[in-house]
Design a protein around this ligand. Sequence first.
Ligand code: SF4
Length: 94
Amino acid sequence: MSEALGLKAKLGLDVFKEDKEFHIKIVAGREKDSRLKKAIVVCPAGLYSENENGEVVVSVDGCLECGTCLLACGEDLLEWHYPNGGSGVQFRFG
Ligand code: SF4
């Protein structure tokens, strides 16, 4: 009998194709807005972090395109759109 895959193992099966531009950007001048810290908590892929200057940064490589960060932080803090066609995540497990 085979063992069920855990979440990390399932996500590891996904394929990510880099876009020529970032599909998520923090609105300029908002990097230190404390409301952005919600993205650090809610992003299931762990793509947000706080740097040594107290700014929230995002790395879009590995983005699941779930939109949770946009829902949590809003359009006044994030510029968010789906990656261009042929780019982004390809789910391999459901
Ligand atoms: Fe993380 Fe989802 Fe936002 Fe991508 S869309 S950065 S996976 S919360």
